[in-house]
Each structure stands twice: as structure tokens, then as C-alpha cells.
Design a protein around this ligand. Structure first.
Ligand code: FES
Length: 337
């Protein structure tokens, strides 16, 4: 039986399906509550039950003491409603409310998606989960003191493993990943970082512009939007050099078929007669050709700095996109720690 949960002080309401925790129900309906381990061990998700009853589930005393429980506190990652509830909790309004953490992780899988793109899946320690917003990135902390920024390609609700897409540009980290890294290797990272995430308080149609492995955070954003049943129109322009570089292409094809996300792949390096029947040229140029007026849109762009700059310049300059509605994440080289 579903139970209605009212989140205070905002007054937002959500409905918990059978067996769901308060946290799962709130996240599924798009309300960001804080969490850490999702395991009853850290206390990050603690709040108060003001009305109604919960099954507290498996909690550790260091995260929720018996005295706190007595006073109505609960760990929302474990607590399951037994009745309708009114709960007091802190809702996350922006990325500044999510703590940046340094965590160890283990390489779970390495999978070549093309000759020069690797999908890396990372497993966190059993008692940890990383809270983040779809589109954010982490910095891998390297032994020589440099760091390598990589966007998470998995959406926040699917956080058992962190998924990263890495192109081999020949730098030290990508060379290491492509030639020496093995499953079970240990890494350290800091995150989540960055202000590139879907603004969910807007219902404007959004153009998503992804160049190369800039597809990673865009994938997270689209999968998050689908999971949360966000209704605003999404139009994905995806640029690659050749058709073979459109890795995981079956995903955006399925988003288009099953969820109405418009998908326009654009290749820049093909030649006539190469069998490609789709759009050609620069990816931001394709979006420019399709829209005479972008004043009512938001744009989320991720890719090489030249693509981002050209898109910002042309969308805002020629198509009346407000500067404040252009969100971007440009690839930057590894930086010293
Ligand atoms: S106790 Fe860690 S997230 Fe709930």
C-alpha cells in the first residue's frame, strides 16, 4: 500500500511505494534529501518523524542512537513508512548543499567502447555512496599530485557503481588506463564537483549538446530526467568525428523511441560515400540551423572548449539565448592538485 509523505518545512509531498524507504520515495519523485552511505551507518540522511510511524530498519547506534530514535529521529535511507508520514528533513536546493568528499574506490570493470574510449566503472567501499547531481564530475587524484576530471555518466539514482567515459588523448592518465590499469586497482577521487547539472526548477525545452565523451554527463542528465519523469522537451545534438565514434549509440536511439527525447547525431569528419545518412558538420552548427530563436530555451553543453565557446557565442549572439540559460562543462587538461 502506498503511503503519502509530507516533507517539512517545504510542504512537498511524495508517495512511498511498497517496500520503499523515505529516501528512495523522495529521490524517485525528484526531491533531493541528503544522504551518504545509504546503509544506516553514517547519519547523513537523519531527519525527524513528526507524524506517523516508520519501520526503522537496520541502523547503527553511532548513526542513530536509541535516545535520538526515542525523540522521533530516523535515518531516511532505512526508514520505511508504516502509515502516512509528516517528516522534517533538510532538502538540498543546490550543489553547495552536497558535501565534497575524498573517497577510495576500486576499478570494477574496464570496457572499450571504441578504439579510443574506455568505460570505467568504479565501486565505492561497501558502506559508501556518493551523492551528486546528474551532470557533475569527480577528480581522480593521481599519485604525482595531479588530478583528472571525469564526469559521471550514471544518473544519481543508479549509484552502485560510478561510470566514467575516458578518451585516450595520449596524456599520462589515459595512457595508464589504456595500457596498465586493471580491474580491482585502487584509486582515490574527490567529488562531486562542478555546477553543470540539470536545473529542475525550469520547464523550458532544453538543448543538450554533447561532443565526444561530453556524452557522459549528458547521458546522466537524460537518464535522470527519464527516471524522474521530467516532462520538459529534451533535444540531444551529439557530435563525433565519424559514425564509429558515436559510442553507445543504441542508448539515445532508445531514449528517442521510448521516451520522446529527440536525437540528432552529427558527424564532422565523414566523407560522401561513407554510408552515413545523417547530419554532417559541427554539432553546434546543426542546432543553430534548426532554431531561429533560442530565447525560450536552456542549453546544456559538454565537450571541447572550442565547441563550448562557439556554441555560447553563436547561441547567445545570434539566437537570443540568455547567457544565464547556457550551462557548460568544457574539458580541461589535468591540473596540479
Ligand atoms: S545513514 Fe548514511 S545515508 Fe542514511
Amino acid at each position: 500500500m502506498n503511503h503519502r509523505i509530507t516533507l517539512m518545512p517545504s510542504g512537498h509531498t511524495c508517495s512511498a511505494q511498497d517496500g520503499e524507504t523515505v529516501l528512495e520515495a523522495a529521490l524517485r519523485e525528484g526531491f533531493l534529501l541528503p544522504y551518504g552511505c545509504r546503509n544506516g551507518a553514517c547519519g547523513s540522511c537523519k531527519g525527524k518523524v513528526l507524524q506517523g510511524r516508520v519501520d526503522h530498519g537496520a541502523t547503527q547506534d553511532k548513526a542513530l542512537s536509541p535516545a535520538e530514535r526515542e525523540r522521533g529521529a530516523a535515518l531516511f535511507c532505512q526508514a520505511r513508512p508504516l502509515t502516512d508520514l509528516v517528516v522534517e528533513c533538510r532538502e538540498i536546493g543546490a550543489m553547495r548543499d552536497i558535501p565534497v568528499r575524498t573517497l577510495p574506490c576500486r576499478v570494477q570493470t574496464l570496457e572499450r567502447l571504441t578504439h579510443d574510449v574506455m568505460r570505467i566503472r568504479l565501486r565505492l567501499p561497501a558502506s559508501e555512496r556518493l551523492q551528486f547531481l546528474a551532470g557533475q564530475y569527480i577528480d581522480i587524484l593521481l599519485k604525482d599530485g595531479t588530478r583528472r576530471s571525469l564526469s559521471m555518466a550514471n544518473p544519481p539514482h543508479d549509484d552502485a557503481l560510478l561510470e566514467l567515459h575516458l578518451r585516450n588523448y595520449g596524456g599520462p592518465f589515459s595512457t595508464h588506463v589504456f595500457t596498465q590499469m586493471k580491474e580491482k586497482d585502487i584509486l582515490r577521487f574527490e567529488g562531486p564537483l562542478g555546477s553543470f547539472y540539470l536545473r529542475e526548477d525550469s520547464d523550458k525545452p532544453a538543448i543538450l549538446l554533447a561532443g565526444g565523451t561530453g556524452f557522459a554527463p549528458i547521458k546522466a542528465i537524460v537518464e535522470h530526467a527519464i527516471h524522474n519523469k521530467i516532462q520538459r522537451p529534451l533535444k540531444l545534438y551529439r557530435g563525433a568525428r565519424t559514425a564509429a565514434d558515436l559510442y553507445l549509440d543504441e542508448l539515445p536511439q532508445a531514449w528517442a523511441r521510448e521516451h520522446g527525447v529527440q536525437y540528432i547525431p552529427v558527424i564532422s569528419d565523414g566523407k560522401a560515400g561513407d554510408g552515413w545518412n545523417g547530419r554532417r558538420g559541427l554539432v553546434h552548427q546543426a542546432a543553430l540551423e534548426d532554431h531561429a530563436d533560442l530565447s525560450g530555451f536552456e542549453v546544456y553543453a559538454c565537450g571541447a572548449p572550442a565547441m563550448i565557446e562557439a556554441a555560447r557565442h553563436d547561441f547567445c549572439g545570434q539566437r537570443a539565448l540568455p547567457e544565464a540559460a547556457f550551462y557548460a562543462d568544457a574539458f580541461t587538461p589535468a591540473v596540479p592538485a
